[in-house]
Design a protein around this ligand. Structure first.
Ligand SMILES: Cc1ncc(COP(=O)(O)O)c(C=O)c1O
Length: 357
């Protein structure tokens, strides 16, 4: 028997979620964010379902080249930019676009030979304090780009720090206002909104939106589920019960005996552990489905297996199907129980996982 754990990627859900982006931002062009192997879903697999996107954003140069080699003609944006002149030469060769976020990158651009060949996104730091020029440096950076004959289209961008938070409105407004003040009168296309801003702050949509997590069918918010937002899960990680233990009251299970039964119960052993990408820090009580019914994990997740409570699940036994997250078991719920976010679980899918689409 093949080890039964697998990740099923539903490409029609990916297409559907892109249509939800378009519904929210009908006038903006959509730059689908497919960094980190399309948030763990597989770069080319995801791109094939997102082929109608107006552009792609990612940060791994080798992945961008693979995408171009696969025949995608849309703008492909490197969101961290480039790190050396050698990379810049490849960016030109493959007609990629790049974010420009610090002065060293501006200096390296003077090495470019072709005229008007490189489209850039100039990044303004409006308060995230991660990447981008400070407002007082922005004008000089823009003039430097405008004076460089190698530069083609210039788009202005920023990134929100708190668009996903219930109390984020003030912060988004302040970043948005600062952006508008700094870029006023420039008459250049702009790009600001990630998934949370696409869904909650329509005024920020401007010319290009940059959705990531919502494409993959997870919610950026704690107060709204993906289903509330009309999103469909793209990745379903399923497995099976591979052993059953009948334990007595007082018996404990797994490493550290981290769960002790207070009654006799049936415990299922599921093929799936942290070496598959299931979070080791998920505590007892983290939800999953067995035979289509909600249950909970028990004790400590091991490298290749985890324990599940089979109480009250009719017909449960060896071979019972399990859904760790995905269809019927929102990845956001599992992530929340494990003290993390869906992004981390999706991206952390292990290389050994058998993926089917
Ligand atoms: C610059 C930039 N834009 C857009 C996104 C997409 O964000 P989200 O997945 O929250 O939609 C990211 C993701 O981190 C990002 O770094």
């Amino acid at each position: 028997m093949t080890r039964p754990i697998q990740a099923l990627i539903d490409l029609s859900a990916l297409e559907h979620n892109l249509s939800i982006v378009r519904r929210h931002a009908p006038r903006a062009r959509v730059m689908a964010v497919i960094k980190a192997d399309a948030y763990g879903h597989g770069l080319l697999r995801a791109a094939s379902a997102l082929k109608s996107a107006d552009g792609f954003a990612l940060l791994e140069l080798d992945a961008a080249i693979r995408l171009r080699d696969a025949g995608y003609r849309q703008p492909i944006l490197l969101v961290e930019g480039f790190f050396s002149i050698e990379e810049l030469a490849l960016i030109e060769e493959y007609q990629l676009s790049t974010v420009i976020h610090h002065g060293e990158q501006l200096s390296m651009l003077s090495a470019l030979k072709r005229r008007g060949g490189l489209d850039v996104f100039l990044k303004l730091n409006t308060g995230m304090n991660r990447l981008g020029f400070m407002p007082e440096e922005f004008s000089a950076a823009l003039e430097s780009l405008k004076g460089n004959p190698a530069i083609g289209q210039i788009t202005l961008m920023t990134h929100f720090a708190r668009a996903d938070e219930l109390i984020g409105k003030e912060s988004v407004n302040s970043q948005f206002q600062l952006f508008n003040t700094v870029v006023a009168g420039r008459n250049l296309p702009c790009s600001l909104a990630n998934s949370a801003a696409i869904l909650r702050y329509p005024e920020t949509h401007t010319d290009w939106v940059r959705p990531g997590i919502m494409l993959y069918g997870a919610s950026p918010f704690v107060d709204k589920t993906a289903a509330d937002l009309g999103l469909r899960p793209v990745m379903t990680v399923s497995s099976k019960v591979i052993a059953v233990q009948d334990i007595k009251s007082g018996d404990a299970v797994g490493y550290g005996h981290a769960f002790r039964a207070d009654r006799a119960m049936q415990v299922g052993i599921v093929a799936g552990g942290y070496a598959d990408g299931y979070p080791r820090h998920a505590p007892t009580g983290t939800p999953l489905l067995v035979n289509g019914k909600r249950s909970r994990i028990l004790g400590r997740v091991s490298m290749d297996m985890l324990h599940v409570d089979l109480s009250g699940i009719e017909g449960a036994g060896v071979g019972s199907p399990v859904i760790l997250w995905g269809d019927g078991m929102p990845v956001d719920e599992v992530a929340q129980s494990a003290g993390t976010i869906s992004y981390e679980l999706l991206c952390a899918l292990a290389p050994r996982m058998h993926v089917v689409a």
